[in-house]
Design a protein around this ligand. Sequence first.
Ligand SMILES: Nc1ncnc2c1ncn2[C@@H]1O[C@H](COP(=O)(O)OP(=O)(O)O)[C@@H](O)[C@H]1O
Ligand SMILES: N[C@@H](CCC(=O)OP(=O)(O)O)C(=O)O
Length: 376
Amino acid sequence: MTQVTPRDRVRTASRLVVKVGSSSLTTPNGVIDVDRVDALVDVLAARRRTGTQIVLVSSGAIAAGLGPLGLAARPRDLATQQAAASVGQGVLVARYTSSFARYGLRVGQVLLTADDMMRRSHHRNAQRTLTRLLELGIVPVVNENDTVATDEIRFGDNDRLAALVAHLTHADALVLLSDVDALYSGDPRKPESRRLAEIRGSDDLVGVELGRSGAVGTGGMITKVQAARIATGAGVPVVLTGAAHAAQALAGADIGTYFHPGGRHPGTRLLWLAHATTGRGRLHLDDGAVDAVVTRRKSLLPAGVTAVEGEFAAGDPVDLCAPVGAVVARGLVNFDAGEIPELLGRSTRELASALGPEYERELIHRDDIVILESHH
Ligand SMILES: Nc1ncnc2c1ncn2[C@@H]1O[C@H](COP(=O)(O)OP(=O)(O)O)[C@@H](O)[C@H]1O
Ligand SMILES: N[C@@H](CCC(=O)OP(=O)(O)O)C(=O)O
């Protein structure tokens, strides 16, 4: 009898998100490595044939645009990166389209921004589209919408985006494929570094050296571990391994690193906010407001705010600080920074009668607040 292992959750998953990094898809001179794309698609198509729904989160737009644009290395400036992504994304999706067509499968391109993951209305939109594509038997090929993303709002790496997509689509598992075959205790090129086969929680990561990436990738191990935290925090197990081991990883073999899922906790739409962004400004709360927001999970009203710092626009993430100054929560604010001073300390009813009914809304809706980990 075969033993049941945690990795059976990957082997038996009926919905999988698979993320593949730039370094696994392109050659160092900035063109798509057709053989490696085909090898990956062979594995995904085989799994698709067993009925598993697959969302492919694929990086590589910028890397695949370098060759066509005659660029020797990944450009530093955002505009040229965006130009490269614009050229490369088309090439990449064309390649996936023909590679999946060998198996009679179709792909659908989905380009997402951080906003699409954060804001309620956009979030539902993305969710609806992805779910419909899967129902139609299509393989969604997801990437960040690099051409419109600015430095501030950009993910920059697809690891965290993939974790959010896994949560959004209620995937059973997330598979992160890279050019390294596992998470190691230190730089994998050093002989003393050991493969970490399983991570059960943050304690297992104490002392692990998370380094930067190679030539074409962006996040290195830091963003992969962050992605694993986001996904496991939403109850989704994660396997991290090399793209060359994709078949074994999907079959639940003891390869790479398996991150055990935690219990699902509410508010995971905002995991991005907690893990992957910083506040664009700060709101200082009085004790009553801290209690309302953190303990009673209420919306933040202007009456409990004593001061505002920073330049931000309605919809931006801001940090919520306790009177002693510690950041206790983060939320998506409903007003521009410049509008807030005249609202401070005033009740919503008072504001509505003085300024008009549109000022009766909360400063931050409770669904748009995430309590930072140390304050749970
Ligand atoms: N502790 C570690 N364990 C494994 N790999 C690590 C570690 N620290 C840094 N790395 C580096 O992270 C790289 C993978 O990240 P990245 O280049 O961003 O990949 P991708 O393009 O697949 O997203 C590996 O090539 C490896 O050299
Ligand atoms: N959206 C970008 C992803 C950037 C990137 O290099 O990501 P990754 O290889 O996953 O670290 C692209 O397609 O080029």
